[in-house]
Ligand binder design. Structure first.
Ligand SMILES: [Zn+2]
Ligand SMILES: [Zn+2]
Length: 345
């Protein structure tokens, strides 16, 4: 046990702390990974803010992890690059697992929430829930695919065959999903915080045919809207721009309260739904699709120890792509251990 550096949440409402922890040990069916990059997700912020109940504490956050296999398991070769997503474990026995809905598993465990995640030099993960990383993506550009991309992809699927698609909150997920939607031949309408002209310009560069403020009406009715921003009042706003039969998909794990609204706004078979977690099939399909689009992500890379700054930038809306913690570069992993010996708790 050499010890490894990690960023640790001791309790919600406090900043992450730089810590030296014992190397995690893989159990049966688990692999140990040397983390190369871990993207920061809004869910991490919700956990830090105490908006999600009962996290493991102390906790290592991070569920968009690209790492290389050190040891353990039998599915991956040593040195192989794998991704670890939010879904870390399911029981495969509950009614949801048995009906192809493991994302709703009654006993699911989630990476960087109930299990330690990737804001660390090493982590362990159940190998059956990991994905091979497609070639052509370096570590930092692959990491945002693992939640921003993946949950966004599931949200897009739940939007049905909507041709005119609205995206509310043009951040990490939306900038990926706009590219997928365009690839699928859909028309994209992007909504940002009022006055975020830079965000609107970014959306147009990624193929949105219209971009405007979230309180603006698009030039025509939309068939679906995905809300990525954790802002409940956007739900009735989005409902008001939908055509008959349209769907509002709430993509986040947490949202502020949704204000009441007249039933007439929901009438004509409009619907509102949430998206919870992912299935492994979502992950496989999305990661096969990513190189075909090909999806571009826009990582803003920071060192592991700058995790608090990464969270601050996300909270402040200062990111256009995704904050990614670069933990080890491929070259550095070869000699890993040398500088860890100088880390003293
Ligand atoms: Zn289950
Ligand atoms: Zn996430």
């Amino acid at each position: 046990m050499n010890g490894m550096r990690a960023m640790v949440l001791d309790r919600p409402g406090t900043p992450l702390r730089v810590a030296d922890l014992p190397d995690p040990t893989p159990g049966p069916g688990q692999i140990r990974l040397r983390v190369r990059a871990c993207a920061v997700c809004r869910t991490d912020l919700h956990i830090v803010d105490g908006e999600l109940p009962d996290p493991k504490l102390p906790l290592v956050l991070g569920h968009q992890v690209v790492g290389e296999v050190v040891d353990g398991g039998s599915r991956f070769k040593r040195g192989e690059r794998v991704g670890v997503p939010w879904l870390g474990f399911t029981d495969q026995t509950c009614r949801y697992c048995l009906s192809g809905r493991e994302n709703l598993c009654l006993h699911a465990q989630f990476t960087g929430y109930q299990r330690d995640g990737g804001y660390a030099e090493l982590m362990v993960a159940d190998e059956q829930y990991c994905f091979p990383i497609p070639a052509g993506f370096d570590d930092a550009t692959a990491a945002p695919l693992l939640c921003a991309g993946l949950i966004g992809f599931r949200s897009l699927r739940l939007a049905g065959d909507a041709e005119r698609l609205g995206l509310y909150g043009f951040g990490s997920s939306a900038h990926i999903i706009a590219q997928v939607a365009r690839y699928q031949g859909r028309r994209v309408f992007a909504f940002t915080r009022p006055g975020d002209t830079a965000g609107q310009q970014f959306a147009r560069e990624l193929g949105a045919e219209w971009a405007g403020d979230s309180d603006q009406k698009p030039p025509e009715e939309l068939d679906a809207a995905i809300i990525f921003a954790p802002v409940g009042p956007l739900v009735p706003v989005a409902l008001r721009v939908l055509a008959r039969g349209g769907t509002v998909v709430c993509a986040g794990i947490h949202m502020s309260d949704i204000p009441s609204f007249p039933y007439a706004w929901l009438w004509e078979e409009r619907s509102i739904r949430s998206v919870a977690n992912l299935t492994r099939q979502d992950g496989q399909e999305f990661l096969e699709l990513a190189p075909k689009v090909p999806i571009r992500t826009y990582p803003e890379v920071l060192p592991l120890t700058e995790a608090n700054e990464a969270l601050r930038r996300l909270r402040a809306g200062e990111l256009h792509g995704t904050a990614v913690l670069q933990v080890a570069s491929p070259a550095a992993t070869k000699s890993a251990g040398t500088d860890r010996q100088s880390v003293v708790s």
